[in-house]
Design a protein around this ligand. Structure first.
Ligand code: GTP
Ligand code: MG
Length: 225
């Protein structure tokens, strides 16, 4: 894996372009129940977070596609765990339904919450959970519940602040400092908060580099030079 502040070298840049902006990307399957998960041993990362924080939009932005993942103004749009393949069998990116969305029958919401929690706790292929937080709102109590759960089982996760185009630089700096203090107390949380805007395409290269570092072939290129 790359260290925190490393930049991709020229070979890695080519790899990233081919991986995220090439043709070998698409929807693999939607998982709605426990027996639906793919068996292949392909590394995967997932985007979790409250409803409407921009999980699906970030997948579209990373892959420079308009509608690969379905994004919408209506919270609760994503209703399955959607698997996208990137670079054929190099990597899966999983778009999760948002948590905290309760405009569905309680039994359904409870089932979803349990499925997502079990996935986050038990999925062997899962290399990192990215927890997306709307930069305007910061970390909320239901985010902290997920942090605590992931800490307990030692699943590595990292925070991404989304929609940074929606707040001023000053406000962003302030909320980052405050939230950086909060994440210090969570053991399995990566200490650095990433920042992105899908709308203005900010922070995407760095995130592509971080995500690709879970692909062995990408790390080998980094180690060779
Ligand atoms: P659920 O599937 O309901 O959990 O939502 P989600 O987290 O997948 O959010 P989605 O990507 O559907 O985006 C929600 C809304 O936020 C949409 O109207 C997007 O256009 C908007 N949005 C997402 N990312 C950005 C961003 O970086 N900047 C701005 N300005 N709007 C964004
Ligand atoms: Mg979504």
């Amino acid at each position: 894996m790359s260290d925190d502040h490393s930049e991709p070298n020229s070979e890695q840049k080519k790899f990233l372009t081919k991986l995220f902006l090439g043709q070998n990307i698409g929807f693999r399957l939607g998982v709605a129940d426990y027996d639906g998960f793919p068996d292949e041993n392909i590394p995967e990362i997932c985007f979790a977070g409250r409803s409407n924080v921009g999980k699906s939009s970030l997948i579209n932005a990373l892959t420079n596609r308009k509608n690969l993942a379905r994004a919408s103004n209506t919270p609760g749009r994503t209703q399955e765990l959607n698997y996208f393949y990137v670079g054929s069998d190099d990597l899966h990116i999983v778009d999760l339904p948002g948590y905290g969305f309760a405009q569905a029958p309680k039994s359904k919401v409870d089932f979803w919450n349990k499925l997502i929690r079990d996935y986050l706790q038990g999925r062997q292929q899962l290399r990192r959970v990215y927890i997306l937080i709307d930069a305007r709102h910061g970390i909320k109590d239901n985010d902290k519940e997920i942090f605590t759960m992931l800490d307990k089982i030692g699943t590595s996760y990292q925070i991404i602040f989304t929609k940074i185009d929606k707040i001023s630089e000053t406000a962003l700096a302030k909320t980052l400092t405050h939230n950086q203090d909060i994440v210090q107390s969570y053991i399995a949380c990566h200490p650095r908060i990433l920042t992105t805007s899908s709308e203005k395409k900010i922070g995407l290269d760095m995130l592509r580099h971080e995500i690709a570092s879970f692909i062995p072939a990408y790390c080998h290129i980094g180690a060779q030079l």
